[in-house]
Ligand binder design. Structure first.
Ligand code: 5AD
Ligand code: SF4
Length: 475
């Protein structure tokens, strides 16, 4: 019999993308092969996200299509993984008979076994419907569900499933213990669990031995890393210092940070360690103290700003990235104006803006979702425009300068490559040599666009000119 073919679609955050890599690695180790397309797969898996309604709607609609397909293909295995599996387990099990497995994000460690059980159950059901093969045992149409177990972090990564040869994500902690009123993540991903420093160093070393030179550490509140590992003195600052020792590692980033855990030890590590990326993803969510308080974010605008000033005093070349939610219950026009002013005052290099989406079961879902959608949309646009002006100004300041780019691959335009600077800025440049992918090259910036810059490739010995370019400092 030929090897079973799987197809996995990932929705949502970077943690989900990493989880999908780990799930794929495990399936390949079990002898599964990637299907060329979803239509050719024997096992269709969706690694889902619950953070906003829109993300869930995409999956519900996909599941509707898979139900149709399964009518003609009863042996097809359909699996819902990740946050929606956790959040909607009962509904999926009781109301969606075409779903064969439902696996929460903290149970990916044995995903291959779970898929196998579901697959064999389906093979038996298919045989039962085939009168020529009646001797097969008949089993119930139960759904295979797993909530908790081994996390996927125990899985050894298969180099073939990594999208980039020289870049990798490493999970350092799972879950979140913060009380943000709007957020479903603490429910779907559970309490904070940090991995020991030694495990993370070992995994990172192995990745670097495989050719990785840029590592991004992942955690929902990555800078709270280690607080559950009592007595071990594990902090993100210590972890960064330990990883920094790996000789072939060149860039070390971490996402996502919470403003409350940006302490002096972390500031010092960022300032002192040259391999640490020169951007910090530090979501503010709002620039109004009333809204921040309602969200239970645990800081004020003043405190956020003071922390940023402490960071920039020691590491002036670091750029700030943020997330904002617009239209939180009770957000007034004045609150929103304060957010715009705050975004401009900090001078973020990049922001993601989200319209508030009530998540059932959260504290905020009990409040009236009283900002009309049209107004949410307007605020969303206004904030994006304000951010774009900042981003473009920063990009313009780079024109004429040389930056060091880690080449990620071809850009969508023919004959162009793209990559990122140590500030995570996207750079496009013309080149023909495929071997550039995975290398660090100097590029002179010639043009600033809204979300990226364009430049020309320089001879490789010009590389040093880009390091810690003063033009890339925070405004
Ligand atoms: N509605 C809108 N945006 C949300 N986020 C989290 N929960 C919600 C919600 N209910 C945003 C936050 C977070 C990002 C990952 O998603 O800005 O930082
Ligand atoms: Fe959600 Fe807040 Fe935790 Fe971020 S810190 S994952 S917004 S609860």
């Amino acid at each position: 019999m030929s090897a079973p073919r799987y197809h996995l679609t990932s929705y949502g955050c970077q943690m989900n993308k990493l989880d999908s890599e780990l799930v794929e690695s495990r399936l390949r180790q079990r002898g599964y092969v990637a299907a060329a397309s979803e239509a050719e797969a024997d096992v269709v898996l969706l690694n889902t996200c619950s953070v906003r309604q829109h993300a869930e709607d995409r999956v519900w609609s996909k599941l509707g299509k898979l139900r149709q397909r399964k009518r003609g293909e009863p042996g097809l295995v359909v699996g819902v993984l990740g946050c929606m599996a956790q959040e909607h387990k009962r509904y999926l099990v009781s109301r969606m008979p075409h779903v064969d497995l439902v696996v929460g994000p903290s149970a990916f460690g044995d995903i291959d076994d779970t898929v196998e059980v579901a697959r064999h159950k389906n093979a038996r059901l298919a045989a039962e419907r085939d009168p020529a093969r009646t001797k097969h045992e008949v089993v119930g149409a139960g759904v295979v569900t797993v909530d908790q177990g081994k996390s996927g972090d125990t899985i050894r990564r298969d180099v073939r499933v990594r999208p980039h040869r020289s870049q990798a994500f490493v999970s350092v902690m799972r879950g979140c213990n913060m009380p943000c009123t709007y957020c479903i993540v603490p429910t779907t991903r559970g309490d904070e669990v940090s991995r020991p420093i030694a495990d993370i160093v070992e995994e990172t070393q192995r990745l670097c031995d495989d050719g990785v030179t840029e590592v991004t550490l992942l955690g929902q509140t990555v800078n709270a890393y280690g607080r559950d590992l009592t007595g071990q003195g594990a902090t993100l600052a210590r972890l960064l210092r330990a990883l920094h020792e790996i000789p072939s590692l060149r860039r070390l980033a971490f996402i996502t940070s919470h403003p409350n855990f940006l302490g002096p030890d972390l500031v010092d590590a960022i300032a002192e360690l040259p391999k640490v990326a020169r951007y910090l993803h530090l979501p503010a969510q709002s620039g109004s103290n009333t809204v921040l308080k309602a969200m239970r974010r645990g800081y004020t605008v003043e405190r956020y700003f003071a922390r940023v000033e402490q960071l920039l005093a020691k590491a002036p070349d670091v750029e700030l990235h943020s997330d904002f939610i617009v239209g939180y219950p009770g957000e007034t026009a004045a609150d929103f104006d304060a957010t715009v002013a705050f975004l401009q005052r900090v001078g973020f290099a990049q922001s993601y803006v989200f319209k508030y989406s009530p998540r059932p079961g959260t504290v905020a879902a009990e409040l009236a979702d009283d900002v009309p959608d049209a107004e949410k949309e307007r605020r969303n646009q206004v904030l994006l425009v304000a951010q774009e002006a900042l981003t473009v100004a920063k990009n313009r300041a780079l024109v004429g300068r040389t930056v060091e780019v880690l080449v990620e691959g071809d850009s969508k335009v023919d004959g162009r490559f793209s990559g990122r600077t140590e500030h995570h800025r996207l750079v496009h440049f013309a080149a023909t040599d495929r071997d550039l992918v995975g290398r660090y090259v100097p590029v002179r910036v010639t043009e600033a666009l809204a979300h990226s810059v364009v430049g020309e490739l320089l001879p490789e010995n010009a590389a040093e000119a880009g390091a810690h370019d003063p033009a890339e400092t925070h405004a």
